[in-house]
Design a protein around this ligand. Structure first.
Ligand code: NAD
Length: 292
């Protein structure tokens, strides 16, 4: 009998080892995601995370050249069949509707929306022109409204629920100096997400928010006017800003696009099946906000 027992154990261990080597089922297999701002740092990293879990991804962005190069990169790593692009300005109602029609034609529906397309531009309040204020409101607040409204229409019609993920900002919760237009627009995204969570729950449409703190590396936002504005506000350069953000975090680490993508993956997948109207701050533990 002990011999039989030893044999059984050995057999079981071999079977277990075989199971370990077998490819695991991918958690987003069969799901379709639309990622706005998909040609940018956080959007492309999120698209890649979803592709790695078996999703089909439609990248939407206003920047057609960046879209083409992001598609080339991702298609080289995954199959061409699972990555598509659509040129779309999130402030253009007709273009947003057309983009959803394109997703339906290409992939037959939509399960996940990542509303992420954005800019960052601000100034001290006395220098904030109406044009600058409206630019923030239109791309961030109105853009998030338009893309999520269309997602709701499609998801409700499909009647199988869905997940909407907003990439907002820590600046939507905490004030930042000389950035009232941007902070206010980001705050409105967060409140929109809460309202939509309430409206979508019965239909199984979950709406959650990922709030990045400053992501300096890999983001085009930190190559343009936002960098100049932040540098002048804090009287330092890009390296100095990165050091400042790292030092104010409890973990003393810089936040990367892949860190945001991981939180956006959690909210897109069934791992967060019981989360809606919730926020994940990806900020390496912002000490200032924590100790206030
Ligand atoms: P990014 O500039 O690399 O990507 C943003 C993308 O959005 C770009 O590809 C851009 O072409 C696209 N876009 C801009 N306006 C658009 C429009 N009207 N229609 C369609 N596409 C448009 O920047 P990112 O860091 O990847 O930013 C992604 C999101 O994360 C933004 O909403 C941003 O506000 C937010 N965020 C970024 C940071 C950061 O420090 N990088 C921090 C907090 C929040």
């Amino acid at each position: 009998l002990p011999e039989q027992e030893a044999f059984d154990i050995e057999y079981w261990l071999l079977e277990e080892a075989k199971l370990q080597r077998m490819p695991k089922p991918k958690s987003l297999a069969g799901r379709v995601a639309l990622v706005t701002g998909g040609a940018g740092g956080i959007g492309a990293a999120t698209a890649e995370r979803y592709l790695s879990e078996g999703a089909c991804v439609m990248l939407a962005d206003i920047d057609e050249a960046a879209l083409a190069s992001t598609k080339d990169t991702l298609s080289g790593r995954y199959s061409k069949d699972v990555v598509r692009t659509v040129a779309m300005n999130v402030t253009d109602e007709a273009a947003v509707t057309a983009a959803y029609a394109e997703v339906s034609v290409e992939f037959g529906g939509i399960d996940i929306l990542v509303s992420n397309a954005g800019i960052a531009s601000s100034a001290p309040i006395e220098e904030t022109s109406l044009e600058l204020w409206n630019k923030n409101m239109s791309i961030l607040s109105t853009g998030y409204f338009l893309v999520s409204r269309e997602a709701f229409k499609v998801m409700r019609a499909q009647a199988i629920g869905g997940s909407v993920v907003f990439v907002a900002s820590k600046n939507g919760l905490a004030a930042s100096p000389n950035a009232a237009a941007y902070c206010t627009a980001k705050a409105s995204e967060i409140h929109l997400a809460r309202c939509l969570a309430l409206e979508g729950a019965e239909a199984g449409i979950r709406v959650n928010v990922v709030n990045p703190d400053a992501v300096l590396r890999g983001s085009k936002i930190w190559e343009g006017e936002w960098l100049d504005q932040r540098a002048s506000t804090y009287k330092t350069d890009k390296d100095g800003l990165e050091e400042m953000y790292r030092n104010r975090s409890m973990l003393k680490r810089s936040v990367l696009p892949e860190d945001i993508a991981e939180a956006a993956y959690f909210f897109a997948s069934d791992k967060s099946a019981k989360s809606t109207g919730n926020i994940i701050n990806v900020d390496a533990g912002n000490k200032e906000a924590f100790t206030r």
